[in-house]
Design a protein around this ligand. Structure first.
Ligand SMILES: Nc1ncnc2c1ncn2[C@@H]1O[C@H](COP(=O)(O)OP(=O)(O)O)[C@@H](O)[C@H]1O
Ligand SMILES: [Mg+2]
Length: 238
């Protein structure tokens, strides 16, 4: 299989205690995968392992047939992976325009998805309106658009989003976030989306992976997961 991302036997943890273990899965180009699991299941730890943030992982991570395991984070970014991190993040003292400008500084060769700041302003008129605002003054929804915009500006091929819906009002999720995530999928980006919001995940992803008890306990199509309330109840507490 010509996988874009191939994770084999990944494990990681803190202070000798494993949080994730024996994690193996692949993602094809253009695939949109939701990474689900309760709070503390290890979603962020898994995503951070891809970018070599935090404790070094064991196992193997291949991206476009190159071994990127424990490579320096800046090199991973340069190869075309982008992380929109969990939480409020960003640089509160910068203006939106400056924060976007920083994201353009990651040097990359020719990219499948070129993106300029003008493209971003067309794609997110809201960020254009807010370009002179301090990031600290953005609403939760605007902040998530900014995180996504910054990921797009690196001209990444694999976009990794860590719980973009966290802390957002249901209306902001429905009207601001969900349409943008659908757009990513329709435009052929490869997306790995960690979420606790199952409705959002099922609406925008084609496949779901559930983490529980350190392992992958489900890996299948979102249609299959929709029809498995038992799995949703046991592993996601719904
Ligand atoms: N920096 C850290 N130091 C120690 N334990 C951590 C750290 N980050 C996360 N953990 C623990 O690892 C587990 C998984 O956390 P995390 O990967 O953040 O889960 P999720 O993103 O699914 O909510 C939790 O039990 C959490 O308390
Ligand atoms: Mg997390």
């Amino acid at each position: 299989m010509n996988a874009m991302l191939d994770i084999r036997n990944l494990a990681n943890g803190y202070g000798g205690a494993e949080v994730i273990s024996g994690i193996s899965f692949s993602m094809a180009q253009g695939e949109s995968v939701a990474l689900l699991g309760r709070n503390g299941a290890g979603k962020t730890t898994l995503l951070h392992s891809l970018f070599n943030i935090g404790p070094p992982c064991s196992g193997e991570i291949r991206y476009k047939n190159q071994d990127i395991t424990r490579q320096p984070t800046h090199r991973i970014a340069r190869m075309g992976l982008a992380l929109a991190p969990q939480g409020r993040g960003g640089f509160p003292d910068l203006r939106v325009r400056e924060s976007l400008g920083l994201a353009t500084l990651i040097p990359r060769g020719p990219a499948a998805h070129p993106c300029t700041i003008d493209d971003i302003y067309r794609r997110f008129p809201r960020l254009h309106e807010r370009r002179h605002s301090l990031c600290a003054n953005l609403s939760g929804g605007e902040r998530q658009l900014l995180a996504l915009a910054r990921a797009l500006l690196t001209r990444a091929d694999l976009i990794v989003l860590d719980e973009p819906s966290e802390g957002l009002a249901p209306m902001a999720i429905r009207d601001m976030l969900q349409p943008e995530l659908l757009k990513l999928r329709d435009q052929g980006y490869t997306v790995l989306l960690a979420e606790q919001n199952i409705d959002l995940a099922l609406a925008v992803a084609g496949r779901a992976i559930i983490l529980a008890d350190r392992r992958i306990v489900f890996d299948g199509g979102v249609d299959e997961l929709r029809q498995r309330p038992d799995i949703q109840k046991i592993h996601l507490g719904l």
